[in-house]
Design a protein around this ligand. Structure first.
Ligand code: PIT
Length: 257
C-alpha cells in the first residue's frame, strides 16, 4: 500500500523534491532512521522550519505507523503541540515539515538547572496537561511522553513548552491498546504488564515528569531493567527527605501570575 494513499487530493501540492522548496541548513537532531534538519523556505526567505527526514529503509514493515503518525499530527492544532505543516516524499525518504521550535529539550534544561521551583514546574506542567487533554479529546494517546519529547519554544523564553514526537502515538478508536512501548522510566504499569491501556498512560508519564521537575531525579530508577519494572509495577516511589521536605503537598495551590 502506498504511503498517503488515502487522501491523494489533499497531498497533491507536495513537490517531488523537498530541496526545490527548502534550503537545508544544519542538523538539529538524529535518530536511528531519521534526522531533523533546520531548513529555510526558498519561497519565503527568513522563514525556517524543522524538517524530519525519515529514511525509507527504516520503514520497511512500519509504513502504517508512519502513516498513522502523519494522520495524528495533521489533526492536532494546539499552541503547545509542534505542528505538522507539510509532507513530501521521494524515493529514499519521507519528509515531515514541522513548525520550528528552537529552545531545545526540557531534558537538557533539567540537567542544567537541577530542578525547578514549584511555580516554574506548575507553569510547564499546566501546558503539558492542556495539550494532552486536547489530544485525548481527539482520541490520540501520545504513549511516549518524556522530557526529551518536550521542547522549549525558544531559547530566550522559558515559559512555553511544546510536545513533539508522535512516533509512538495511537488513535484510541482501534480499541484498547496492548503493545509494550515507550521509555521504561516513564511507562505506566499496565503497559509493562502488557495489559490493555488507554489515555491514563499519558497521565502516568506526566506524573513522572512532574516528580523529576520538582526534585531533579526520577521516581523509579534502577540500572537493572527488571528491577526498574518491579518498582513501577508496584508503584514503589517515595518523597525522600531532604529533597522533598520543602515541596508542598498535593492539596496546596500555587498562585499563577
Ligand atoms: C523542531 C525542532 C526539533 C525537533 C522537532 C521539531 C521535532 C518534531 C517532531 C518530531 C516527530 C513528531 C512530531 C514533531 O511526530 O529539534 O521544531 O517525530
Amino acid at each position: 500500500m502506498p504511503l498517503f494513499g488515502k487522501k491523494p487530493e489533499a497531498d497533491k501540492k507536495h513537490y517531488s523534491d523537498v530541496r526545490r522548496r527548502y534550503e537545508f541548513k544544519k542538523t538539529l537532531g538524529t535518530g536511528a532512521f531519521s534526522e531533523v534538519v533546520l531548513a529555510e523556505d526558498k519561497t519565503e526567505r527568513g522563514k525556517f522550519n524543522a524538517i524530519k527526514c525519515i529514511d525509507r529503509h527504516g520503514l520497511v514493515g512500519k509504513e502504517e505507523s508512519l502513516e498513522n503518525e502523519i494522520q495524528v499530527l495533521r489533526k492536532l492544532r494546539h499552541p503547545n503541540i509542534v505542528q505538522l505543516q507539510d509532507v513530501f516524499e521521494d524515493k529514499g525518504h519521507v519528509y515531515l515539515v514541522m513548525e520550528l521550535v528552537t529552545g531545545g529539550e526540557l531534558f537538557d534544561r533539567i540537567v542544567e538547572k537541577g530542578s525547578y521551583t514549584e511555580k516554574d514546574a506548575s507553569l510547564l506542567i499546566k501546558q503539558v496537561l492542556e495539550a494532552v487533554d486536547f489530544m485525548h479529546d481527539k482520541g490520540v494517546v501520545h504513549r511516549d511522553l518524556k522530557p526529551e519529547n518536550l521542547l522549549y519554544y525558544s531559547p530566550m523564553d522559558d515559559s512555553k513548552i511544546m510536545i513533539s514526537d508522535f512516533g509512538l502515538s495511537k488513535t484510541e478508536e482501534s480499541g484498547t491498546m496492548a503493545t509494550a512501548c515507550g521509555t521504561p522510566g516513564y511507562v505506566a504499569p499496565e503497559v509493562l504488564a502488557q495489559q490493555p491501556y488507554g489515555k491514563e498512560v499519558d497521565c502516568w508519564s506526566i506524573g513522572v515528569i512532574s516528580y523529576i521537575l520538582l526534585c531533579g531525579y526520577p521516581p523509579f530508577y534502577d540500572e537493572n531493567d527488571a528491577a526498574l519494572f518491579q518498582q513501577i509495577l508496584k508503584a514503589e516511589y517515595e518523597f525522600d527527605s531532604p529533597y522533598w521536605d520543602d515541596i508542598s503537598g498535593s492539596g496546596s495551590v500555587v498562585t499563577q501570575p
